[in-house]
Design a protein around this ligand. Structure first.
Ligand SMILES: Cc1cc2nc3c(=O)[nH]c(=O)nc-3n(C[C@H](O)[C@H](O)[C@H](O)COP(=O)(O)OP(=O)(O)OC[C@H]3O[C@@H](n4cnc5c(N)ncnc54)[C@H](O)[C@@H]3O)c2cc1C
Length: 490
């Protein structure tokens, strides 16, 4: 009996030993949602020899939630647009962590008057109708040309007997242009293809995190929320910027800028499309195959700017301030630049200020377009002086006591070398291929002995849900599953 026990124990030890020996070593580059999703899925399926190397001094990537004012604000992703039956979404729903966001766009005229809300709603509905039938857009046409054509036809028809309204509706196209550049994160709406493979999730309620910040989703992913005792012990090494990945051998070697290096059986690269565009020629050894390089070049990524302002005196108190949309006439724009200088041109790219959920003294400005790189270079004082000009011009009549913000918070997504942009989009060029560029980007590469050594995740590798956190999570799960399929641990 005793001998039997020893034999069993030895067999058990042998099994455990063998399993550890066989357990693959995996390195994930980037602790954004894709990287953390991949690591947590591997971990939950008993592949635990996983390290995440992260260049920044924090986790989250383009999820960046920071305390500001009375709550947490999101410098990066803010609204969750998921809604499919992932475990994460189930937990979010069950734990009541989010709520749908209601966006109401109240617009002011550059002459300082509030514009009738009914008119704005009507024009935004026309835009919405065009968005909904975007599937009907022609291949080879930009979002700019598509929207201009459809919008002009619709307003000409609707306001054929009302020349004043027709003129206003035509000028309102400029507001739509600004919102579209933000939506796609492009510097110009002429850079984005009207036809796209993007699919809206079944339920898209633009969920906000009730003042807790999008980072809550990272806690859910790492199983630290809702029950912190269940947290997965993921190994995440911060301040580890990867310099070069040598991937065609049996083992992949990852060298970092600080001189450290790591060996792994598989590496999952989750860095943004912006980083790939900037670094693909030096990041990989041997260099990437042509098809992947072309996909990186052809897909689009630019940036938006989000700026938060804290006002110690809430001058819009008592007012049911849902937003401050800015409608400029052409003449007012010219006069504004003549009076305050052409270096204030960036202010013309600002379509709207929003009050921030659960953060009563904070307003958020969202800007897109060609000014974004310039805005990142401006000092805080220049930004505050600029927005004071605009606020006084547009809402100074309605609110007599506008005060200066005392704090400002923003993040330079475009110039930060670890991001080089905010979210990806499809271009006319990226759509001129049989297999989508995102799919080409997602395909794993094999080293010697046909071993799959280099895998790719991240929002820009998602053929239908690119540009979102939800899409990034899907790609992390996809690549984890690819490895789990090899090791058959599920
Ligand atoms: C301003 C802004 C607003 C947004 N709004 C929304 C929104 O409301 N809803 C939504 O769903 N999505 C939104 N998004 C998009 C969303 O944030 C991204 O799609 C998503 O976070 C991408 O996740 P990822 O894991 O693919 O990449 P990332 O989050 O970029 O993660 C990649 C990680 O790799 C790291 N890295 C880069 N280079 C290296 C290197 N050489 N070595 C090691 N690590 C490296 C980076 O630091 C980063 O942490 C927004 C993004 C921004 C910036």
């Amino acid at each position: 009996m005793f001998t039997m026990k020893i034999v069993l124990l030895t067999l058990l030890q042998l099994f455990v030993f063998t399993r550890c020996e066989n357990e693959p070593k995996i390195i994930i580059i980037g602790a954004g949602p894709a990287g953390i999703a991949a690591a947590s899925k591997l971990y939950q399926n008993n592949i635990t020899n996983v390290k995440i190397l992260e260049a920044e001094n924090r986790i989250g990537g383009r999820i960046h939630s920071v305390k500001f004012g009375d709550a947490i604000v999101d410098l990066g992703a803010e609204w969750y647009s998921g809604g499919d039956d992932t475990d994460v979404y189930e937990t979010i729903k069950e734990s009541n962590l989010t709520e749908p966001t209601c966006f109401t766009q109240i617009f002011y005229h550059s002459s300082g008057k509030r514009i009738d809300h009914g008119i704005i709603t009507e024009l935004l509905n026309i835009f919405e109708e065009i968005q909904q039938v975007a599937v009907e857009a022609k291949e080879g046409v930009t979002v700019e040309d598509h929207i201009k054509e459809k919008y002009s036809a619709k307003i000409r028809e609707r306001y054929k007997d009302n020349s004043e309204m027709l003129e206003f509706a035509s000028d309102f196209l400029e507001v739509i242009r600004k919102e579209v550049t933000i939506l796609h994160g492009a510097f110009s709406w002429g850079d984005v293809s009207a036809k796209s493979d993007h699919e809206e999730p079944a339920e898209n309620n633009w969920l906000n995190w009730k003042g807790r910040g999008f980072k809550t989703i990272l806690d859910v992913l790492m199983q630290n929320c809702p029950d912190p005792s269940k947290e997965l012990p993921l190994e995440i090494i911060l301040n580890k910027e990867v310099k070069i990945i040598t991937w065609d051998d049996d083992e992949v070697t990852v060298e970092c800028f600080d001189g450290s290096s790591y060996k792994a059986d598989h590496v999952i690269v989750t860095v943004s499309l912006g980083v790939l565009k900037n670094r693909y020629q030096t990041l990989f050894n041997p260099e990437l195959p042509e098809n992947k390089k072309n996909a990186i070049e052809e897909l689009g990524i630019a940036a938006v700017a989000k700026i938060f302002f804290y006002f110690p005196t809430r001058w819009w108190l008592q007012a049911d301030l849902k937003s401050i949309g800015l409608f400029w006439t052409e003449l007012d724009q010219v006069e504004f630049l003549q009076q305050f200088g052409t270096d204030k041109h960036w202010l013309l790219d600002l379509p709207i200020f929003y009050p921030v959920t659960n953060n009563p003294s904070v307003l958020e400005a969202f800007l897109g377009g060609k000014s974004v790189p310039q805005i990142e270079l401006l000092s805080d004082d220049e930004i505050i002086d600029g927005i004071m000009l605009v606020l006084n011009k547009f809402v100074g009549n309605e609110f007599k006591n506008i005060t200066k913000p005392t704090e400002i918070l923003r993040y330079n997504w475009y110039s930060n070398p670890h991001f080089r942009g905010t979210y990806s989009y499809q271009t006319i060029q990226s759509r001129r291929r049989k297999v989508s560029a995102e799919t080409a980007l997602s395909e794993p590469l094999t080293g010697k002995n046909r071993k799959m050594t280099l895998l790719f995740a991240g929002e820009a590798t998602n053929p239908t849900h690119y540009g979102s956190v939800y899409g990034a999570l899907e790609t992390g799960y996809r690549e984890a599953q690819r490895l789990l399929d090899i090791y058959k641990t599920v």
